[in-house]
Design a protein around this ligand. Structure first.
Ligand SMILES: [Zn+2]
Length: 399
């Protein structure tokens, strides 16, 4: 069995943690000086473990194994959310280094901007050929609106070619990541073998009523867009539970009311509503149910309701063979202390799954906290995850 150096793995994680350190976490937003320093740090570590590193025009870092034969691709991202945790992303990249150091035939990748400072999974989509040139050219910072091209130029990346992965080179992609939830911790488990990444559907639901005076307009006359919007949400909460899977989640995170004044009956209400599940059949069922609810409310509240699917990301099931290798390895290294579970969060692995077999492994997140500087995982659980990952990788490479 491949001998992984867990002490060196933890030391590397702590070294990366010092770049952009913020309290016990890190602040390395994409293309910041700290982010670029971490990418150069990574390339130096890749060379040390015998990989040939390259950084492309988006800051993607790929370390290629020089040997013959099919490889596993192992990785994640190394930029962070603002003032965020030390493990989100970094864990999967540094685990790849440890596997290469142990002599396994792996390439290691750090995909740029998974955290979405400038777009939606720009790095992994670019490397898998799923990023249209127009989208790349138009990309801007999500908050400041600064053009991506400007940030790339300042980071010294302008004019560099973009790397493209060759799926035929790989047996598949493995990503080790923190759970960013409480499922493992509350079940008393030390490791989670991911069954797949949930699909998400996002809808814009608009109710158009009649803007009017709150005193002068009788109840019988009203076409109140807020009432219609609230009724849609109430019916969703009443009826969805009969049609969902065990881990379906649904959220209305934004309601915009016009004119949003205390003494005016609203003429317009717009909601952004989303649901997620691992099973596309469940997502289809909920899409149909949502359409029925919207239609019913339109009739009942005399408002014009419009339902528009704003975006969707398909569910990405784990590759059965890679998943089985992780399960077997988890049972060898942590008998009875691991469980299978879906990933409710989006990861680079979801993008990679469109071009090659994919599997993921989770470590517990203490208190479920992530996207915050206090994010943490017990070091013995980090070391355990590395041993499971290495064991599964070795098995997958033998097949
Ligand atoms: Zn992440």
């Amino acid at each position: 069995m491949a001998e992984v150096d867990t002490a060196r793995f933890l030391a590397d994680l702590h070294a990366l943690r010092r770049i952009g350190a913020f309290r016990t976490g890190v602040h390395r937003p994409t293309y910041s000086p700290q982010d670029m320093e971490s990418r150069r740090w990574l390339m130096a570590r890749m060379e040390e473990v015998g990989l040939a590193p390259e950084m492309d025009g988006l800051g993607n870092v790929l370390g290629r194994h020089p040997g013959p034969g099919r490889k596993l691709l192992v990785g994640s991202h190394i930029e962070t959310q603002n003032e965020a945790g030390w493990l989100d992303g970094a864990l999967g990249v540094v685990a790849g280094l440890a596997l290469a150091r142990a002599g396994l035939a792996v390439d290691v990748a750090a995909f740029a901007d998974e955290e979405g400072h400038y777009g939606n999974m720009l790095g992994s989509r670019s490397m898998t050929g799923a990023l249209p040139a127009e989208e790349l050219a138009a990309a801007r910072h999500a908050v400041t609106g600064r053009p991506l091209a400007e940030a790339l130029a300042e980071a010294g990346l302008a004019g560099r070619p973009l790397l493209r992965l060759d799926p035929a080179r790989y047996r598949g992609f493995l990503e080790l990541h923190i759970e960013q939830g409480t499922q493992l911790e509350s079940a008393g488990m030390r490791s989670g073998v991911v069954t797949g990444i949930v699909g998400a559907r996002v809808f814009r639901i608009t109710a158009i009523g009649q803007q009017d005076h709150t005193g002068g307009t009788t109840m019988a006359e009203r076409k109140d867009a807020v009432v219609a919007a609230m009724r849609v949400l109430a019916l969703i909460d009443e009826r969805f539970p009969m049609h969902v899977g065990p881990r379906t989640v649904w959220t209305c995170g934004r309601i915009a009311i016009e004119p949003n004044q205390p003494h005016i009956i609203a003429g317009r209400a717009e909601m952004i509503f989303q649901f997620r599940d691992i099973d596309e059949a469940v997502l289809d069922r909920l899409s149909a149910l949502l359409a029925r609810i919207v239609q019913e409310v339109g009739r009942r509240d005399r408002c014009t309701l419009a339902l528009e699917e704003a975006s969707r990301s398909p569910a990405a099931p784990a590759d059965p063979a890679l998943h089985a290798a992780l399960r077997a390895a988890a049972e060898r290294h942590a008998p009875g202390a691991w469980m299978a579970m879906p990933s409710g969060a989006i990861h680079d692995a979801q993008v990679l799954a469109r071009v090659m077999p994919m599997a993921m492994l989770f470590t517990p997140s203490i208190g479920g906290i992530s996207h915050h500087w206090s994010e943490d995982t017990k070091e013995e659980d980090l070391a355990l995850a590395l041993r499971i990952l290495a064991d599964a990788a070795e098995q997958a490479l033998r097949e």
